[in-house]
Ligand binder design. Sequence first.
Ligand code: HBI
Length: 98
Amino acid sequence: MSRDRLSEDEITAGLAALPDWRREGDSIVRTAEASGFPAAIRVVDAVAEEAERLDHHPDIDIRWRTLRFVLSTHSAGGLTALDLTLAAAVDRALDTHG
Ligand code: HBI
């Protein structure tokens, strides 16, 4: 998958399909509450597996049940299709394990 930076229109279109995510500068961010600390870790574990498969990794802040995911493509200095794909994977992990 391309690591070319997305255009503003592409970012806007991508975020329309990711209603739980917010743009923060060159990143997209989602904060979510898991049912407890073990569930939060299960979410992070599922995301880690997908991140390895994609070779694309999130910044994750874990505070008890609260998870904050920050996605950007560091090598591109902004957002790429990989970030949108990983965001959808985070959403699935939260739906399944959260
Ligand atoms: N993850 N978010 C993010 N951004 C990157 O630029 C990135 C990554 N994971 C791995 C990676 N780059 C590269 O080190 C490998 O693709 C080689």
